[in-house]
Design a protein around this ligand. Structure first.
Ligand SMILES: C[S@@+](CC[C@H](N)C(=O)[O-])C[C@H]1O[C@@H](n2cnc3c(N)ncnc32)[C@H](O)[C@@H]1O
Length: 357
């Protein structure tokens, strides 16, 4: 029987269903569970490909995943202190010796949800001791712990009484940290969310796409990764952000693909071209701008959009002010096609898909 590769993947909470679509194009999936143990942002999957190939493909090709880990084992543990002994003993049965040699440095990272008598640090300590003893038993030499830049990361996820043991292949830096961010916009969007917005916008060849409030250019840049032959524009009212967006696009290798301009999204009718897709991470009135002004901005933006939208149009907008946006959109004659809740860090946001009939 062919041995399946079992992986634990993480993404932005709310994007699990989009991530699995992307992963299914990269690997032949046999089974998967979205949000295992009820935890958002996680996926467990089994695929046909060999472990090394599967992790290499996902780490290098995915635009939606944050981390890729090899799932070694799962078990039940107590919420009481006895769990420390249970974890210690269990780690000897997880084949960790296949991933850590005595010359490797390693660290244990613990993620714990629920009420327990012990802390995550208690678990990390006892797990670190167990792994050192296990490697000594197998190879006659102890490996070193390095908490700052370990060569191997063992992840322990505890949710209530369930415990997952995995080897993280991504490292401590999540895949959403793209190398092209040379200009840091103060309210930058996670690139994984930006990519999901573009992916869900059903962009096809020869369409014109614009982010009229593009900040540091995350959405136009991530749109280029779709590899669709479309016209991409990025616009912002701030010359400083437009300059920064151009630098980011250059670092991403897409400066030739995106046309950036300084402009006001409240006067999109001034653009001398039509657009098929508007994809934008709107100001929420929290970090940037004031709440009262947001209403006027949303109204004028959606009103002026009507003058430039083509027949086959779609607006994909991210906001923390979803009720306000939906009310304004409805009054202006837009149709709400879909709404998706996405957590941007601790902030609950809505990805809102609008269409002008
Ligand atoms: C939430 S930020 C976008 C961040 C961007 N997605 C990124 O990842 O860097 C919103 C942007 O809207 C811009 N903005 C605000 N009012 C605008 C207007 N009337 N016209 C164009 N841009 C505007 C701000 O300058 C800001 O850069």
């Amino acid at each position: 029987m062919v041995k399946l590769t079992k992986l634990l993947l993480t993404t932005c909470p709310g994007l699990e269903d989009v991530a699995i679509i992307e992963v299914s194009k990269l690997l032949s999936i046999r089974n998967y569970t979205l949000r295992p143990l009820g935890v958002q942002g996680r996926i467990i999957l089994e695929c046909n490909e060999k472990q090394n190939y599967a992790v290499q493909i996902l780490n290098s090709k995915s635009h939606l995943l944050h981390r890729v880990s090899i799932l070694l084992a799962s078990t039940k543990i107590s919420r009481k202190m006895i769990a420390l002994d249970q974890i210690y003993n269990f780690l000897f049965k997880c084949n960790i010796e296949n991933y850590i040699q005595p010359e490797n440095t390693f660290a244990v990272r613990v993620n714990r949800l629920g009420l327990h008598e012990y802390t995550s640090i208690d678990i990390a300590h006892v797990a670190g001791d167990a792994i050192r003893e296990l490697i000594f038993k197998c190879y006659g030499k102890y490996p070193k712990v390095n908490l700052d830049s370990p060569e191997v990361i063992v992840r322990i996820n505890i949710v209530g009484e369930s415990c997952l043991i995995s080897i993280c292949t991504t490292g401590d830096d999540s895949l959403h940290k793209r190398g092209y961010r040379v200009y840091n916009h103060p309210a930058a969007l996670k690139p994984t969310i930006a990519f999901a917005m573009c992916m869900l916008s059903e962009i096809s060849n020869h369409m014109t796409v614009i982010d009229p409030m593009c900040g540091g250019g995350t959405i136009p840049i991530e749109c280029c990764f779709l590899n669709v032959n479309c016209e991409i524009y990025g616009m912002d009212i701030s010359p400083k952000h437009v300059k920064g967006a151009k630098l980011n696009a250059l670092a991403a290798g897409f400066s030739h693909k995106i046309k950036f301009k300084i402009g006001d999204a409240m006067h999109l009718d001034k653009l001398n071209f039509n657009v098929d897709r508007i994809i934008s991470n709107l100001p929420y009135g929290m970090r940037i701008g004031r709440k009262a002004f947001i209403k006027t901005l949303y109204q004028k933006f959606l009103k002026s959009s009507k003058n430039i939208l083509s027949k086959d149009n779609l607006l994909t907008l991210l906001t923390a002010e979803s009720c306000l946006l939906k009310n304004i959109a409805e009054k202006l004659g837009y149709i709400l096609k879909k709404e998706k809740i996405i957590w941007h860090g601790k902030l609950k946001t809505s990805m809102i898909f609008l269409e002008l009939p």
